[in-house]
Design a protein around this ligand. Structure first.
Ligand code: PEP
Length: 252
């Protein structure tokens, strides 16, 4: 499916950054969002401490607020964890699951990611499921094998396009300033699209596939216009509203 036939999504992953004072920066995102209405959707995934505040501020703007992770269970004895239901209750509309930093720092397996995505569906959230190869896996030409296995293991059955977004994030490109070539991005996104269509039939053609890894205003035009790239998951550059909006500006 050609890029542009789905409404693109530009999602910002703030990671463990942001205090109450960050409301000012977020307000700048909200102010810039109106220009994108009908052309692209914006999402900001702040730390959980800011979700309720940001969701309130974003009401009516079209900007969605997302969590960065959730527990698979709806509630229970899991000190320090947050359930998908809690994120929804705080005003989130989506949650990132299976980010490479969660897979590495917290030893999250595909089965755990799948359970978290299932929890997101249960709570009425869109799950942004992250996949991507490590540098050594790319060098060993195992990228498609790795991504294929992650998709197979991390995605719940029966997902719809409203419930699921995929983020292809080569681990070596995250926060490094490095990016794959457009041809490499095109190859992986086409592969993901085929896998989604095989598994989810018509819905598979409507599930958005984001590219993530060192996206900036300077490279957004090249990366986000590739076929089957339906938006971006942005880390570092999402912390500054001008950069975040500068990336989304390619869709104006
Ligand atoms: C990310 O962590 O999801 C990410 C894409 O980070 P960055 O944009 O900083 O590479």
């Amino acid at each position: 499916m050609a890029a542009g036939s789905l409404i693109p999504l530009v999602a910002g992953n703030w990671k463990m950054n942001g205090l109450a004072a960050s409301r000012t920066e977020f307000a700048k995102v909200l102010a810039g969002a109106a220009e994108l209405t009908g052309k692209a959707e914006l999402m900001v995934c702040p730390p959980v401490t800011l979700i309720r505040d940001f969701a309130g501020a974003a009401r009516g703007s079209g900007v969605t607020i997302g969590g960065q992770d959730c527990h698979a269970d709806p509630s229970g004895a899991h000190t320090g964890d947050i359930s998908a239901e809690m994120l929804a209750d705080a005003g989130a509309g989506a949650v990132i699951v299976g980010h490479s930093e969660r897979r590495t720092d917290h030893q999250e397996t595909d089965a755990m990611v799948r359970a978290k995505a299932q929890a997101a569906f249960r709570a009425g959230l869109t799950a942004i499921v992250c996949v991507g190869e490590q540098r050594g896996q790319r060098e060993a030409r195992k990228t498609l094998e790795v991504v294929g296995a992650q998709l197979q293991g991390s995605l719940p059955d029966g997902a719809t396009a409203a419930q699921l977004v995929i983020a292809y994030e080569p681990v070596w490109a995250i926060g490094s300033g490095l990016t794959p070539t457009p041809a490499d991005v095109a190859e992986v996104h086409a592969f993901i699209r085929k896998r989604l269509s095989d598994r989810f039939s018509a819905a598979g053609g409507r599930i958005r596939i984001l590219y993530g890894g060192s996206v900036k205003p300077a490279n957004a035009g090249e990366l986000l216009t590739i076929s089957d790239v339906n938006g971006a998951l942005v880390g570092g550059a999402s912390l500054k509203a001008t950069d975040f909006l500068g990336i989304a500006a390619i869709y104006r």
